[in-house]
Design a protein around this ligand. Structure first.
Ligand code: GAR
Length: 210
């Protein structure tokens, strides 16, 4: 089975969804390690509970983005995974780092990209009065939250939503979507082409919809 390292910074609910999925008998990938940039993050506890090795590269121990990424890269090289899955990993990665893992790194982002890159997406969707929100899984490229989108899931915005209620419904979709997209990668069905996602060898004209 292709090997996966998951990188997380926070509660790790997406990590948990991936752990649960990868325990299914036919799941095509195996999580071999979990890395984190925050020493006390709950994601580390989830990994430990599942007997998955963990490592911490604390960004506060490094003077620059380049040094932090260098240390992270060294850990990743030890595991040499087929795929790196960013699951709420809240660090901006350097171009060198991204290029080193081109086509082998996925991210999940809580919006219907290309709308609302960056932070506080739920709040911004509400402020804009949008009726539709959602989640995207994309290949990581040098452009922040800008890599080709593989798949999306919609969430309807309700009139009485708060950023918290919206986030909760978006996360439910995240937990369904991410294990599916990761399984496609592990089965060799998705690849990063020159400018687009290749699905079963054909360029995707639009993201897959859950
Ligand atoms: C998720 O909602 C993910 O989409 C978001 O962080 C959350 C992590 O939750 N990611 C980003 O905002 C990336 N810019 P989790 O730690 O419970 O999986």
């Amino acid at each position: 089975r292709p090997s996966i390292v998951v990188l997380a910074s926070g509660s790790g609910s997406n990590l948990q969804a991936l752990i649960d999925a990868s325990r299914e008998r036919d799941y095509p990938g195996e999580i071999i390690a979990v890395g984190c940039n925050k020493p006390g993050a709950f994601a580390l506890e989830r990994a430990a509970q599942a007997n998955i090795p963990t490592f911490v590269v604390n960004h506060k121990d490094y003077g620059s983005r380049e040094e932090f990424d260098g240390a992270l890269m060294a850990e990743l090289r030890r595991y040499n995974p087929d795929l790196i899955v960013l699951a709420g990993f809240m660090r901006i990665l350097t171009d060198d780092f991204v290029q080193a893992f081109r086509g082998k790194m996925l991210n999940i982002h809580p919006s219907l990209l290309p709308a609302y890159t960056g932070l506080n997406t739920h709040q911004r969707v509400l402020e804009a009065g949008d009726k539709l929100h959602g989640v995207s899984v994309h290949f990581v490229t040098e452009e922040l939250d800008g890599g080709p989108v593989i798949a999306q899931a919609d969430v309807k915005v309700k009139p009485d939503d708060t950023p918290e209620t919206l986030a909760e419904r978006v996360q439910k979709k995240e937990h369904l979507l991410y294990p599916i997209v990761v399984s496609w990668f592990c089965e060799g069905r998705i690849q990063l082409g020159a400018h687009s996602v290749l699905f079963d060898g054909e360029p995707l004209s639009q993201p897959m919809r859950l």
